[in-house]
Design a binder for this molecule. Structure first.
Ligand SMILES: Cc1ncc(COP(=O)(O)O)c(C=O)c1O
Length: 406
């Protein structure tokens, strides 16, 4: 019996082709992803994040296997976003240097060694965030030596604000929701000649978000290299904010497995389910309101323009669920069910897992999705305790305490 409130929408327009349809080509390119992988793997501190098997939780959910990609340790930033925002900052700076006469290629190592410091210090990147993306952009700007301004909205916690500022960025709080901060970043960037590094794409702004998504695909490459016995997953549950993450998961799995790719299920908070609403409407829609949810990273009202066509074609089910489902999933992960390794998963980071648990608690829904003892399910744990205080309040012990029991 499942006590969480959720809603499931089957995408009857999903493509069963052996490659993403042509209209999705603008989302991601294989070559761009190969380039991103080589670049990010060269950065100091790079190492693949763990892919945990959780047999105890799989048993409890009534499925064969559960694999959890744990991004909580990614580059010491606490979330997968380090892969996207920082990579896009690097790519922008390289473009600027080349435009100013520097010979390509320009390596990240050169930038970090201060080779072009006098030019880089005159450049500013700007972003809007509910926490993790801003932290990634600020980290990248500090690492490569340019200035950074990050806009946050009303409900972004002060702990997340402080984390961004700790990388030397100027943080500006904007009245309103996430979409208002995106708009403010765009307007201020135009006024000051700054470069927007956004994880979401809108009309006339596609190149940078595509680079952000290319960076995210590093996770999938690592998973494909680490899958036990190389058998593909049957299902993937991934959380959706603007959909950039889900697109970066969808495309490489499609490239790899063709028509026998896993079923893709996108999970969103019920108050910010813009991908779900777009799927139901059959077109990209903008939802209004406070978008208030404990899953702060998923508090988005409009899908990313470049991600949406791929998600429309590539997603089998869209679902949204209540905040409580995420809190329950955080506690179960931290406890380490039936001998599973205890894992620190943050509010937004566990949404995919929470979606899986909600569906598995409802036998009719589980049957509809084919979630049975043969299912091998992959979920993305996209953040750890990125707001340490909030994490402790929710779980009843700190992230460090949970890690101490690993
Ligand atoms: C921890 C976490 N998971 C998932 C997402 C969703 O990513 P996207 O907005 O690309 O859908 C975010 C976005 O900020 C996030 O912070």
């Amino acid at each position: 019996m499942n006590n969480n409130r959720y809603s499931l929408y089957e995408n009857t327009t999903v493509s069963h082709g052996d490659a993403p349809p042509a209209e999705c080509a603008s989302a991601l390119s294989r070559q761009e992803c190969v380039t991103a992988l080589a670049e990010i793997q060269s950065w100091p501190g790079y190492s693949p994040t763990p892919l945990h098997a959780l047999p105890g939780m799989a048993r409890a959910a009534g499925i064969g296997e559960l694999l959890y990609k744990d991004e909580s340790g990614r580059f010491g930033l606490g979330s997968f976003k380090a892969l996207g925002g920082a990579y896009a900052v690097y790519r922008y700076l390289v473009r600027e240097l080349i435009a100013r006469g520097v010979d390509a290629p320009v390596s990240a190592a050169e930038l970090m060694a201060g080779k072009h410091a006098s030019v880089l210090s005159t450049l500013t990147v700007v972003g809007a965030t509910d926490g993790n993306h801003g932290r990634a952009v600020a980290w990248g700007a500090q690492m490569f030596g340019c200035a950074c301004v990050i806009f946050i909205h009303t409900t972004v916690s002060s702990a997340r604000e402080a984390a961004i500022a700790s990388y030397g960025a100027t943080v500006v709080r904007v009245d309103g929701n996430y979409d208002d901060s995106v708009e403010r970043a765009r307007v201020d960037a135009r006024a000051h000649g700054w470069q927007v590094v956004s994880d979401t794409s809108y009309l006339g702004y596609e190149e940078v978000p595509r680079e952000v998504m290319s960076g995210y695909t590093v996770m999938v490459d690592e998973i494909l290299g680490a899958l036990p016995d190389a058998r593909p997953p049957t299902h993937v549950f991934v959380q959706g904010g603007v959909g950039g993450l889900a697109a970066a998961v969808c495309a490489p799995l499609w490239w790899k497995y063709g028509a026998s790719r896993p079923r893709l299920i996108i999970v969103e908070p019920e108050n910010a389910a813009c991908l779900y609403a777009s799927a139901v409407a059959g077109r990209q829609v903008h939802i209004e309101g406070s978008l208030e949810t404990v899953m702060a990273g998923l508090s988005c009202g409009e899908p990313s323009l470049v991600a949406w066509p791929l998600l429309r074609a590539g997603t089998h089910f869209f679902m949204h669920l209540d905040d409580d489902a995420a809190l329950v999933a955080m506690r179960r992960l931290a406890a380490g069910e039936a001998g599973d390794v205890p894992i620190v998963g943050g509010e937004s980071g566990v949404a995919g897992l929470a979606g899986l648990l909600a569906v598995c608690g409802d036998s009719e829904a589980a049957r509809r999705l084919g979630l049975d003892e043969h299912a091998r399910v992959l979920v993305f744990g996209t953040e750890g305790d990125t707001d340490a205080e909030l994490y402790t309040r929710i779980v009843g012990e700190s992230g460090d305490q949970v890690r101490g029991r690993q």
